[in-house]
Design a protein around this ligand. Structure first.
Ligand code: UN1
Length: 497
């Protein structure tokens, strides 16, 4: 199909100029194996150029009143809306997710634009009484300066908006390294920033590898914040390095999310929730359901209903509206998923459906994996503990509500969880006791809305949140201001009557 992209060679955006790089690599459509575009493999020097441009631009940007900074985001929101269909198609081509989900992801960016633009007229600080007479006290948010964003391929536009929009409205300049697998959304969003009138140098896009570009960002003394979404291993390394540089770091590193199905659940609804959150985006969401913790009394019924629902899942190129499950991002992910299938079998879990690569007919040049269901898994098996990031879900039978909560909490991640039950007491106990940053009642594990905090506990993060008003905490410092209008020296804690 004809691409709707206006270039065959992407360039970096530095200080408002599109700068080609010497080296590049191919971006492959995971549905067809075809090359879509070349993406730069930039160097450390490029990062430094971008930081210099950002530093210069940020000083003026910080002085623009926040409601005016927000005007740019409103325009970005409208431009995303106008371009929604075109962007969604490009997103499906580079990432593989089915077109309906691509539209949903672009919508998430639109929502984030209007939400964060609203913050231009809030960005609330506090005023508070001073302890001394004729003295005024307040706190306010101030921009950090230059911030570094490292974004993943699985939500190449939504996650970029979660991070860049709060950074921009708060008065920062951005160095952004998008995933090399999915650079087109970054290119398109950067062009939208330009068209919306964002001053040159406020968003700089540097394409390239984590080892070269990501590492240079983490090392750069003038980048004061790193916000990263990706693997736990990379996140830990980034955090350690940021620690050495006393740099603030916000991490979102995945999950091992479970749906709990109790004996009183609406099983048909639970099946819909499981299928959508386990096999949507081919399981390549941080929030994807990869465990189903089921009360043993309804286990067999649930298995049967799941198998029937899975038969309806059509796998193929996501540009075709009838397809429900798109391809896997690349060959190495396919290998990883395959390894986990073997691990699951060796551990003694029972494979009920799927478990193999699909490469017949139109799927022969893409990376496809059959939706997969294991049952009789134990909570300490590797397939029930480790993030697979593919369309693989494991059923773990339990005997009680208490055991279900315990099994849910037994993993090293803490992003999302869900319970299907009609018992209001269990609902409230579950939302209290499930140790994840996101909890769903009678819905699957995916579908976070942008005005709530996104992130989680344990191996998922380090205490920060993407999106929601909480994202502002990542991109601002607090300043406490005291105004003494007594005309004399008043000593805090001492001259108190
Ligand atoms: C991710 O998988 O990293 O809640 C983000 C959801 C989406 C965002 C997922 N709104 O599933």
């Amino acid at each position: 199909m004809a691409t709707v992209l206006d270039t065959k060679n992407l360039a970096n955006l530095i200080g408002g100029e599109w700068v080609p790089a010497e080296k590049s690599t191919a971006v492959i459509n995971p549905a067809t194996g075809e090359e879509i575009v070349q993406v730069p493999l930039s160097t450390k020097e490029t990062v430094d150029q971008a930081v210099q441009a950002a530093k210069a631009a940020q000083k003026e940007w910080a002085l623009v009143p926040a409601p005016q900074r927000a005007e740019v985001l409103y325009r970005v929101g409208y431009l995303l809306k106008e371009n929604k269909e075109r962007l969604s198609k490009l997103l499906t081509m580079e990432n593989g997710k089915v077109i309906e989900e691509a539209r949903g992801e672009v919508q998430e960016g639109i929502d984030m634009a209007f939400y964060m633009a609203g913050e231009g007229r809030r960005l609330f600080g506090q005023t508070t009484p001073a302890e001394l007479k004729d003295k005024f006290a307040m706190s306010q948010r101030v921009p950090v300066g230059v911030v570094g964003l490292i974004t993943p391929w699985n939500f190449p536009i939504a996650i970029a908006t979660w991070k860049s929009f709060p950074a921009i409205v708060a008065g920062n300049a951005v160095i952004w390294k998008p995933a090399t697998e999915t650079p087109i959304m970054a290119y398109e969003l950067a062009k939208i920033f330009e068209e919306a009138g964002l001053p040159k140098g406020i968003v700089n896009v540097v394409f390239g590898s984590g080892q070269e570009v990501g590492d240079a960002m983490v090392q750069h003394e003038d980048i004061r914040v790193i916000s990263f979404t990706g693997s736990n291993e990379t996140g830990r390394n980034i955090a350690a390095e940021c620690g050495r540089h006393l740099k603030k770091v916000s991490l979102e590193m995945g999950g091992k999310n479970a749906v709990i199905v109790m004996e009183d659940a609406d099983l048909d609804l639970a099946v819909e929730g499981i299928v959508w959150s386990a096999f949507g985006t081919s399981g390549q969401r941080c929030t994807a359901c990869s465990r189903v913790i089921v009360h043993e009394s309804v286990k067999e019924k649930l298995e049967q209903k799941l198998l029937t629902a899975m038969e309806q899942l059509t796998v193929g190129n996501g540009l075709d509206e009838s397809i429900k499950v798109g391809p896997i991002i690349n060959k190495s992910s396919i290998e990883k998923i395959n390894r986990y299938i073997e691990i699951g079998k060796d551990e003694g879990a029972k494979l009920l459906a799927g478990g193999y690569v699909l490469n017949e007919g139109e799927m022969k040049d893409g990376n496809y994996f059959a939706p997969t269901l294991f049952t009789d898994a134990k909570s300490d098996m590797r397939i029930a503990q480790e993030e697979i990031f593919g369309p693989v879900v494991s059923l773990i039978p339990v005997g009680s509500f208490e055991e279900a909560i315990k099994v849910n909490n037994s993993v090293s991640y803490g992003l999302s969880s869900s319970i299907f039950t009609k018992d209001v007491n269990r609902v409230f106990k579950a939302q209290r006791d499930l140790d994840t940053g996101i909890v769903y009642i009678n819905a699957g594990t995916t579908g976070a809305e942008i005005h709530l905090p996104f992130g989680g506990s344990k191996g998922t993060g380090n205490g920060h949140r993407d999106s929601g008003v909480q994202a502002l905490d990542v991109y601002t410092e607090w300043k406490a201001v005291y105004v003494d209008f007594s005309g004399k020296l008043q000593r805090a804690q001492i001259d108190v009557e």
